[in-house]
Design a protein around this ligand. Structure first.
Ligand code: GAL
Length: 374
């Protein structure tokens, strides 16, 4: 429907859809990737290049869309909300038909998405839900609450909490407070682990345990920064683990935090082996998979971003061609204004023994990027 709305909007502006080919030809390269001449321009807005996964997401989706013959504008916003907004506005001004957006702050895009709606542009939220606006048409992501649930269940099973084992010293971390996903990750883990705090099998010497799910941002790490996570873990170690007490487990919602947490533990004298804490993660970043090989991280939740990219490319194709857009969840993701039709992909737990069979054999990570696996 929005495509027709776009045609009307473009005609009203005295432009013809055919001119997009000229615009596309003039556009040339940009910070993310070159566009190809096409009647349809797809804007791809990624949050940052500083975290490994978003480079994979952006470049892979760009190549899939260009293979389908679309013009593309791939932009990375350096984790700066104002930069992402201006990049989005430029894509709209360039005549984008569809915007695919991994929002830095899912609550900050309402004005620019109104501009997109006025121009008849269809919006797909990518991996992170965009909130507080009716002008987001679809959402594609992995099952975020399941990611956290997997992390919680891994801790439960690794410590035999179901058999009454404990008490264990645990430190809890959550993702960036401005990232809608981070709440879902923590909710999934907390849904598994809360009962073991109640039973006393899990205790947190630092006391950094949200009193309720709504207070999850209390343990959030802004911008998913590895350095901030390292600093926070160092503070906790220096303040609450001075009497010979040791950390047994750390809930880390993703790999960028886990890297910083592991660094803090090593700096405090912890080393790989029986005394090294169970640390969770997410994204299967190369550095963290190497840490798994080296015994410094117990697991990561793998979200094969290639499957997310393929699904979004299919959705974009369906949108541009006026076809029914595939979704498989029309209930879960209420963005505060409406329930956004969503396509959910199932994530997968990876432990050391599965690195070869899942990550290397599938080509997600190259063998020469790792050492010591065999
Ligand atoms: C989340 C994303 C995770 C995690 C984090 C850091 O929104 O779903 O995969 O990596 O961002 O970018």
């Amino acid at each position: 429907m929005k495509s027709w709305k776009k045609l009307v909007a473009v005609a009203a502006a005295g432009l013809s859809i055919i001119s997009l080919g000229a615009c596309a030809a003039e556009r040339g390269g940009n910070s993310g990737g070159d566009s190809t001449s096409s009647d349809n321009l797809i804007g791809i807005s990624m949050p940052t290049r500083s975290l490994e996964r978003w480079n994979n997401d952006g470049e892979h989706l760009e190549s899939l869309l260009q293979d389908k013959g679309f013009a593309t504008s791939l932009q990375f916003a350096d984790n700066r909300v104002d930069q992402q907004i201006s990049q989005l506005q430029n894509m709209i001004n360039d005549g984008a038909d569809v915007l695919v957006i991994a929002a830095i702050d899912g609550t900050a895009l309402s004005p620019v998405l109104q501009s997109a709606a006025d121009a008849g542009v269809t919006v797909v939220a990518y991996d992170r839900l965009i909130n507080r606006t009716p002008n987001v048409d679809y959402y594609a992501t992995f099952d975020n609450e399941l990611v956290g649930q997997m992390q919680g269940e891994f801790i439960r099973d690794s410590l035999n909490l179901d058999e009454g084992a404990g008490p264990f010293n645990i430190e809890l971390f959550a993702g960036s407070p401005d990232d809608n996903n981070a709440r879902f990750f923590f909710a999934g883990a907390w849904g598994v682990l809360e009962q073991y705090f109640t039973s006393g099998q899990l205790v947190s010497p630092s006391g950094n345990v949200p009193a309720s799910l709504d207070q999850w941002t209390q343990i959030g790490i802004q911008g998913w920064s590895s350095q901030t996570a390292q600093d926070e873990m160092e503070t906790r170690l220096n303040s609450f683990y001075t009497d010979g007490k040791t950390v047994d487990v750390v809930l880390s919602p993703n790999d960028s935090l886990a890297i910083g947490i592991a660094q803090a533990l090593q700096s405090a004298g912890y080393s790989a082996g029986d005394s090294w804490p169970i640390i969770t993660g997410q994204d299967a970043d190369v550095a963290n998979v190497q840490n798994m090989i080296d015994g410094l991280q117990a697991m990561t939740v793998w979200k094969d971003t290639r499957s997310l990219g393929a699904q979004v490319a299919t959705m974009v194709d369906q949108i541009v061609n006026g076809q029914t857009v595939d979704v498989n969840d029309t209930e879960t993701y209420n963005n505060g204004v409406k329930v956004v039709p969503t396509f959910l992909i199932t994530p997968q737990v990876i432990v050391r023994d599965e690195i070869q069979g899942q990550l290397i054999d599938s080509g997600f990570i190259q063998a020469n990027q790792l050492h010591g696996l065999n």
